[in-house]
Design a binder for this molecule. Structure first.
Ligand code: SAH
Length: 392
């Protein structure tokens, strides 16, 4: 018998609208004695069934919904969800790429679960207790859906602590070489799934990397926050003359050098290991100029409270980026902070242009790749902003 979570009367009807989160303050009472991680029924104040989910009393998000009807949450359930997720990827991931996100958590109706595929290897993140407890079934379901040679878990993420989970990472099952070579938009890239950032690579920008082809022909390019050089290598392979990469991480720059070699574009790339804020200031003061400036910083804010500080960060780098772009050139600017909306982000870039006494034409606006779907009912699942501006 499943325990039953009664929601209170005052809450907003978020669950009814398809958002999968029940916050602790929305719960009226719990009938039964569920253990942390257990599946519970979620009903409204008068007992009407809204669906089922897993519970973690320690988390502010106390229940995450898994289904809008009563059903067994077993290997077959996960297999069905993974098959649906894989079907989408078959439709939207081009044949010239074999690294993609298979499961994008809430947006694939599997809250708390991320699965990234790197050729024949999978990287798994279980961000919640309910998912962590069910990893064995999920792994089995994954192996039924895809022929996977090796699985690695990157559960070394702080959000797990909100769920009372420890951080850990390592092989699930057989060990393998974690430096994996994948294909992205037809270009080979080496990804270290054990030590790279996130699950090893920023898969969400794959389609945006392909989109830069229009703007980089014969260009001098500055790729700021380059990580392992994916944008830089794309630019070079799409015909850029020269690309300078800037990243604070020595490891990322070393990996970028490997990717340049793999793509035979070593002679086009220069590397700077530096804090981008300092570097951008010094080169813009020195009057350097590029045909294309790309900015892809880490999330400057992970909560609503720090948005004002993040705005200042985005404004500063965009101001510098605009100054460094020659008239008629392109600023290609991203933000992955979901607390900053598209409108807020474009506002900040517009303010930066005013301060730089320059004018911007918005040429292209994009978001995360199609293998990172956004659940319309859950705005949190839509986070990446990518804009191409012509700078005058
Ligand atoms: N453009 C990359 C992803 C960038 S992620 C890609 O497409 O793969 C953000 C990167 O910014 C990380 O590699 C991180 O090492 C770097 N970074 C973080 N803070 C930085 C800073 N202050 N200056 C320069 N790089 C920074």
């Amino acid at each position: 018998m499943l325990s039953t979570v009664y929601l209170n009367k005052r809450r907003r009807p978020r669950i009814e609208a398809g958002h999968p989160w029940v916050f602790s303050g929305e719960i009226g009472r719990v009938a039964g004695d569920p253990a942390p991680g257990d599946i519970v029924k979620v009903v409204n104040h008068s007992g009407y069934l809204l669906g089922i989910g897993y519970i973690n009393p320690q988390s502010q998000i106390t229940v995450r919904m898994l289904s809008w009807e009563e059903q067994d949450i077993d290997t077959a359930f996960f297999e069905q969800r993974l098959r649906a997720a894989y079907q989408l990827r078959k439709h939207v991931v081009e044949d010239n790429s074999n690294a993609y996100r298979l499961v994008h958590g809430e947006a694939d109706y599997l809250p708390g679960l991320v699965i990234d595929i790197y050729d024949q290897y999978a990287v798994v993140q279980s961000l919640t207790l309910g998912i962590d407890q069910r990893l064995p079934q999920i792994i089995e379901a994954l192996q039924r859906v895809l022929s996977i040679k090796g699985i690695y878990e990157r559960n070394d993420v702080t959000v797990r602590e909100l769920e009372g989970l420890e951080q850990r990472s390592g092989f699930i099952g057989t060990e393998f070489d974690t430096s994996v070579q994948v294909m992205e938009n037809g270009f080979p890239m080496r990804v270290d799934i054990a030590s790279g950032q996130k699950t090893g690579y920023f898969l969400d920008q794959r389609e945006n990397r392909a989109a830069i082809a229009h703007y980089v022909q014969d260009a001098s390019v500055l790729d700021c926050f380059s990580h392992t050089g994916s944008f830089a290598v794309h630019a070079a392979r799409y015909g850029a003359k020269q690309v300078k990469l800037v990243d604070i991480s020595e490891t990322a720059i070393d990996a970028a050098k490997q990717n340049a070699k793999l793509n035979e574009v070593e002679e086009k790339l220069d590397y700077v290991t530096a804090n981008a804020f300092d570097y951008l200031r010094s080169v813009s003061d020195a009057g350097e100029i590029y045909d294309v400036v790309m900015l892809d910083p880490p999330a400057f804010t992970k909560s609503r409270k720090t948005v004002p500080a993040a705005r200042r960060g985005y404004k500063e780098i965009n101001l510098r980026g605009i100054k460094l772009t020659k008239p008629g050139g392109y600023l290609i600017t991203s933000s992955c902070s979901y607390h900053m909306s598209k409108e807020e982000f474009l506002d900040v870039v517009a303010e930066a242009a005013i301060d730089a006494h320059r004018s911007l034409q918005l040429i292209e606006y994009r978001g995360q790749g199609k293998d990172h779907p956004a659940l319309l009912a859950a705005p949190e699942t839509s986070y990446l902003k990518f804009a191409v501006m012509r700078v005058w």
